[in-house]
Design a protein around this ligand. Structure first.
Ligand SMILES: C[S@@+](CC[C@H](N)C(=O)[O-])C[C@H]1O[C@@H](n2cnc3c(N)ncnc32)[C@H](O)[C@@H]1O
Length: 351
């Protein structure tokens, strides 16, 4: 903080008049600051290995300082902050990780790495966010560099996606009706979680995960390790390769929002072409309800898309129009994920 900004802040305080309206505004400023502090707290705690060092039995501040090999007073600031954000709780004299940490953030498949990724990409993206809004030009899509990206990076990205797909894939397989279907094409299917969940629910179903060549060996390895027998993997680039024909169902799970209107139109036409009979199309996406005022989940998704692709977060109406244009009928929408988010399953039939 510079002297000038400190002085400006002090001058503002000197003029500040407490009134209900002013206090409400102050709380809103507090909310803005909390986002930054939350990011700082979470990254520092995870980088130090704080949650692991606490263990299940927890620790006092001095025990924890000894375990981490750090001085106590500075650690206390972080602990206070963790208590504030509900990352830790007290058990007598000891601090233990809160259920938020054990259930959602830490451990295999936890959301911790995703949140850390979000914090660092947000910090890195600050200048490009302004440039993107100023010139309105879409950035080079994230996936365009995928084939040349470092293999460890691709593995890490795919693992993160896979972890984030585990819960939704089970919910989606439970909500979708694929009775009688024998062949599912899972376009941009990642490491195959959705295909696996669908084939587990429908015993006559076989699935094909169509993915970029760089992702395919990882998908094969993950499917083998999880014992998913009826799922195969097909390398392709859906921007230029045709989709393979002859399926009773085609799934786009969290794929279309990353692509511009022309690409989405082409992909949906392709899906229509490769489906057989009254084959079903399933689109699993986060939707926005209105132009402005969509809430945190949509705001977050919109930023990610704005900075990382040429796509957009669309409305139910947008998908209805796109599906009708591609020739689909009987468009229906289900929200099996609420109240957790704005994710929806849009389904349609080929004829
Ligand atoms: C956001 S992820 C969704 C993965 C999975 N369907 C899920 O919901 O967890 C988008 C997926 O599309 C794949 N993808 C991107 N561009 C592709 C392309 N041109 N051809 C095939 N797959 C592509 C990516 O590799 C990635 O796995």
């Amino acid at each position: 903080m510079s002297w000038r900004s400190l002085l400006d802040g002090l001058r503002l305080w000197a003029r500040f008049r407490f009134s209900p309206g002013a206090l409400r505004d102050l709380r809103r400023v507090g909310r803005l600051a909390e986002g930054v502090l939350g990011a700082r707290t979470l990254t520092a705690a995870r980088e130090l290995g704080l949650f692991g060092a606490l263990g299940e039995g927890g620790a006092t501040t001095s025990e924890l300082a000894r375990r981490l090999g750090v001085p106590g007073p500075a650690l206390r600031v972080l602990l206070d902050s963790c208590l504030h954000f509900g990352l830790l709780k007290r058990r007598g004299e000891r601090l233990v990780p809160a259920s938020l940490v054990t259930r959602l953030l830490d451990g295999p498949g936890g959301l911790g790495p995703a949140l850390e990724g979000l914090v660092s990409s947000t910090l890195r993206a600050a200048p490009s966010a302004v440039a993107r809004i100023r010139d309105g030009r879409a950035p080079r899509g994230f996936y365009e560099g995928m084939e040349r990206a470092d293999p460890d990076g691709i593995r890490e990205y795919a693992r993160f996606l896979d972890a984030a797909a585990e819960g939704p894939s089970r919910v989606l397989a439970g909500a979708a009706d694929l009775a009688g279907a024998r062949s599912l094409l899972d376009v941009g299917g990642g490491l195959g979680r959705f295909s696996q969940a669908f084939t587990a629910r429908f015993p006559d179903l076989r699935a094909t995960v169509a993915e970029l060549p760089a992702v395919c060996p990882l998908a094969e390895e993950a499917l083998r390790a999880r014992g998913a027998a009826r799922v195969s993997v097909l390398p392709l680039d859906f921007r230029k390769d045709p989709l393979p024909a002859g399926h009773d169902a085609v799934l786009f799970a969290r794929v279309l929002h990353d692509w511009d209107q022309d690409t989405v139109r082409r992909l949906l036409r392709e899906a229509h072409r490769v489906l057989t009979g009254a084959g079903r199309l399933l689109v699993f996406e986060i939707l926005r309800d209105r132009d402005l005022g969509n809430g945190a989940a949509v705001v977050l998704a919109q930023w990610e898309v704005l900075l990382g692709s040429s796509g957009e977060i669309r409305t139910e109406g947008d998908y209805r129009t796109l599906l009708a244009e591609a020739g689909f009928q009987d468009v229906q929408l289900a929200r099996p994920f609420d109240p957790l988010g704005r994710n929806a399953l849009v389904t349609a039939r080929r004829v």
